[in-house]
Design a protein around this ligand. Structure first.
Ligand code: SAH
Ligand code: SF4
Length: 395
């Protein structure tokens, strides 16, 4: 088992106002920040609130990137905006479409880094899985992203920009004057891509506030799910400041096993985590918490584990649904997926105890778009197989 401290928050974010090519990007700014930069750059204070509303709507409601198309602003003002600002989102490097319709985008962000974004169409919804960091400072031993050494926090612009990239590709920006589509192709967001969202709290919060803003992308907070490995002190803040649904990467039922699978457990133990979770629904006024549980052959998948999992949830009286995730293998992974029979038996124990226990369907496997497989192929800074096995306690 690794003895090195697995937890560090010490990653940098490029300052959001850093002008690129001399222009300031307006994407990702909160309404207050947008007001501030407009005033700093010559917009009159008494007009600022109205201008914020107008520009906001062009960017987030209609998907317009060119100031010259913002026709309810004067020509002179549009030209001024164009001189100083830009509406910039990540650049799509590759786009792959799976046999099952799942789409995976590799997008490039400042500094030449790349992150992956996955769109999963279903009958009644379309879910976009977005990333919050390049790589991840945590080192969960079953997760491909955790093997990537290089890490940087994404800016709010880069986080909301992933949603805008997908809306572009799905051709889903409404057309002014035409009725809006009733059923949205992109109806849900899950923060389940690369990175630990609660180690990039402010940027994730600001981006999700933009996604929820009724004058723009306007997704309900109940259609956004943030998945965390268990950054306990930030869970209450998530309830208060974001209010979205919460998923927790639980994955083990004893501290000994969770210490290895999800090493942040060494810092915040299972009981501390459960305590924080039990307060979440009340504070965020939301429904059930999703317990994510990856099924690893011979590691965490016994009947006793299933019973212990239920005991934990009951002991803290947490409204919960348990999402069983068949392990997605990746090159060099130190674990195997549990058999289908084992997964079904585990699910059944949970179901009998009165909890929903859906088994997550693997989507987009042919394009390596499944959970935990995300890692840009161009990312060279990776750990060796030996290092991975050492951390998993296998050598
Ligand atoms: N860092 C956050 C969110 C990103 S991971 C977190 O850990 O919650 C999104 C989900 O995919 C998590 O539940 C994670 O545990 C799971 N996951 C990671 N690697 C996986 C793999 N190889 N197979 C199946 N699920 C995996
Ligand atoms: Fe990071 Fe989540 Fe992967 Fe753990 S499971 S290494 S927290 S992305």
């Amino acid at each position: 088992m690794s003895t090195s401290a697995p937890i560090t928050q010490d990653v940098m974010t490029i300052p959001r106002k850093l002008p690129e090519g001399g222009k300031i990007n307006l994407v990702g700014l909160t309404r207050d920040q947008l007001r501030e930069v407009l005033i700093e750059n010559g917009t009159k204070e008494k007009q600022a609130k109205m201008r914020v509303g107008q520009i906001w709507q062009w960017i987030y409601q209609w998907g317009v990137r060119d100031f010259h198309e913002m026709t309810n602003l004067s020509k002179a003002y549009r030209a001024e905006l164009d001189e100083k600002f830009e509406v910039a989102i990540p650049e799509v490097v590759t786009r792959q479409v799976s046999e099952d319709g799942t789409r995976k985008y590799l997008v490039r962000i400042a500094g030449g880094h790349e992150v992956e974004v996955v769109y999963i169409p279903e009958e009644d919804r379309g879910t976009l899985c977005i990333s919050s960091q390049v790589g991840c400072t945590l080192t969960c031993t079953f997760c491909h992203t955790g093997t990537q050494k290089l890490v940087r926090n994404l800016t709010a612009a880069e986080i909301i920009g992933q949603v805008m990239v997908a809306r572009d590709d799905l051709n889903e920006w409404p057309i002014p004057g035409e009725p809006k589509n009733e059923t949205r192709l992109l109806s849900n967001i899950v923060l389940m891509g690369m990175g630990e969202p609660l180690y990039n709290f402010d940027n994730v919060r600001d981006a999700m506030k933009i996604a929820m803003d009724p004058e723009g992308i306007s997704l309900s907070r109940r259609r956004i799910t943030l998945s965390t490995s268990g950054v306990v002190p930030e869970i209450a803040r998530t309830a208060e400041e974001i209010g979205c649904l919460l998923a927790i990467s639980f994955h083990a039922t004893t501290d000994d096993v969770r210490d290895v699978l999800v090493p942040i457990n060494k810092r915040w133990k299972i009981d501390e985590l459960l305590q924080a979770l039990s307060d979440y629904p009340k504070v965020s006024n939301s429904e059930r918490i999703t317990f994510e549980y990856v099924m690893l052959d011979g590691v965490n998948d016994t009947d006793e584990d299933a019973h212990r999992l239920i005991d934990h949830i009951k002991r803290y009286n947490i409204p919960a649904k348990i999402n069983l995730i068949p392990f997605n293998e990746w090159p060099g992974a130190p674990y195997k997926r549990s058999s289908n029979n084992r997964i079904r038996a585990f699910a059944n124990i949970i179901y009998q105890a009165g909890y929903a226990s859906p088994i997550r369907k693997t989507r987009g496997e042919d394009i390596m778009a499944a959970c935990g497989q995300l890692k840009s192929a161009t990312e060279r800074a990776r750990k060796s197989r030996k290092q991975i096995e050492a951390e998993a306690g296998l050598s």
